[in-house]
Design a protein. Structure first.
Length: 334
C-alpha cells in the first residue's frame, strides 16, 4: 500500500481577518488559548496515522517554522516556500515536486476547522476508481430563511442546512496530480473543473459534523465559541455542556472506527445517552452495543472503552467529578 502524506496550504495573506493576520499567517490564528488552526490540522493528521506533513507556505512562513520546527506531535514537518503567491495550484504543484517518491496525499486548506474522519477518507479514496476525491459538506445558509404557503409566510428557520453541497477544502489524491499546462491560479477554479468534466473527480462526504472555513472575524468568533468548553481528542472531542456542584454533562463525539482509552472512574457515576450513531461499550469481560436513543449506565470502578462503528454523538451525565479518569490502556500517543 502506498504511503500517505499530508499537505496543508498555509500561504494566504488572510486579508479579511486583519488586523489579526498582520503579524501572523492565518493558519496560526488561535481558536483556543495556545491552540491554532494548524495545531488542530496536524493533530488530526497524526491521529489518522499520517506521520509526514508538508506545509505549503508563503506569507510570514518563518512564524510557522518557528512554532513547528522539524517535528510536531511526533509528525515530521517539511516546508515548501512559495516566493511569490501564485495561487493554490502552484503551491500544490511545488509541494508535489518536493516529494522524493510518488505518494498518496491528503491536501487541506489551512483555514478549515473540521471534524472529518481523515482515516476513513483515505480508505475510501484508495478503494475509489477516481484518482482524486474532494471532501464535500452540506451548505448551511448564512441567513435565516422563511417558508411560504400561497400568499402567507408560515415559518422561520434559523440558518438551516441546505440541500446543496460545497467544496470542504480537503482533497485526497492517489499519487502525483497531472497539472497539464496549468502553473498558476486556484486549483478549484482551474484544474478541478476540467477533471470533473472528464469524470475523474470523486467525492467523500460525512453528515452532521462541525465544519468551518475561517475567512472573516465572524467565522473566527464562531469557532472560538465552539472551543470555549471543547477539547479535541485523538478519537474526536469532548465538550463540557453543564458543570455544577451537583452534576456534570459532557458531549462526546467519537469518529467511526475510533475508540476512547480503556479507563475507569474512581468516583464518577455516569450515564451515557446516545444522541446519534452506533457502536458498543467494551468492558473487561463483555460488550454492550448501542444505537440512537439508547441509555447505558457505568458505575464507578468499571473499566471500559467506548467504540464507535458509526460517527457517534453521546451525552455523558454524571456526578461532578470532572478529572476523575484513570487510563488502563491508551490506543493513541498523546
Amino acid at each position: 500500500m502506498m504511503e500517505t502524506v499530508g499537505m496543508i496550504l498555509c500561504g494566504g495573506f488572510g486579508k479579511r481577518l486583519r488586523p489579526v493576520t498582520e503579524k501572523i499567517p492565518k493558519p496560526l490564528v488561535e481558536i483556543k488559548e495556545d491552540y491554532t488552526i494548524l495545531d488542530k490540522q496536524i493533530f488530526d493528521f497524526k491521529n489518522a496515522g499520517i506521520n509526514e506533513v508538508y506545509l505549503l507556505c508563503g506569507f510570514l512562513h518563518e512564524k510557522i517554522e518557528e512554532r513547528f520546527g522539524d517535528e510536531f506531535l511526533g509528525v515530521k514537518i517539511h516546508y515548501v516556500i512559495e516566493d511569490e503567491p501564485l495561487g493554490t495550484l502552484n503551491a500544490i504543484r511545488l509541494g508535489m515536486g518536493s516529494l522524493n517518491d510518488e505518494k498518496q496525499c491528503i491536501i487541506r486548506n489551512g483555514d478549515v476547522v473540521a471534524d472529518l474522519n481523515i482515516k476513513k477518507m483515505v480508505e475510501e479514496g484508495e478503494k475509489s476508481t477516481f484518482p482524486i476525491s474532494m471532501f464535500i459538506t452540506q451548505m448551511r445558509s448564512p441567513y435565516g430563511i422563511v417558508e411560504i404557503n400561497g400568499d402567507k409566510l408560515v415559518s422561520f428557520k434559523e440558518k438551516p442546512l441546505l440541500d446543496a453541497y460545497i467544496n470542504g477544502g480537503v482533497y485526497f489524491t492517489k499519487g502525483f496530480i497531472d497539472f497539464g499546462e496549468f502553473k498558476t491560479g486556484d486549483i478549484e477554479k482551474t484544474l478541478f473543473p476540467i477533471i470533473a468534466k472528464e469524470n475523474n473527480l470523486g467525492y467523500y462526504k460525512e453528515e452532521g459534523l462541525f465544519w468551518m472555513a475561517i475567512d472573516t472575524s465572524k467565522e473566527l468568533e464562531t469557532v472560538k465559541k465552539e472551543y470555549e468548553s471543547r477539547t479535541d481528542k485523538p478519537w474526536g472531542y469532548e465538550k463540557v455542556l453543564i458543570y455544577t456542584d451537583k452534576y456534570l454533562t459532557k458531549e462526546l463525539y467519537i469518529k467511526e472506527s475510533y475508540q476512547t482509552s480503556f479507563h475507569y472512574h474512581k468516583k464518577k457515576d455516569e450515564t451515557m445517552y446516545i444522541i446519534s450513531g452506533a457502536g458498543y461499550i467494551e468492558f473487561e469481560d463483555s460488550k454492550e452495543y448501542f444505537t440512537k436513543n439508547d441509555t447505558i449506565r457505568i458505575k464507578p470502578g468499571t473499566v471500559h472503552t467506548i467504540v464507535a462503528t458509526e460517527n457517534t454523538v453521546l451525552h455523558e451525565v454524571s456526578t461532578p467529578h470532572l478529572d476523575d479518569t484513570t487510563r488502563v490502556k491508551d490506543y493513541y500517543t498523546r
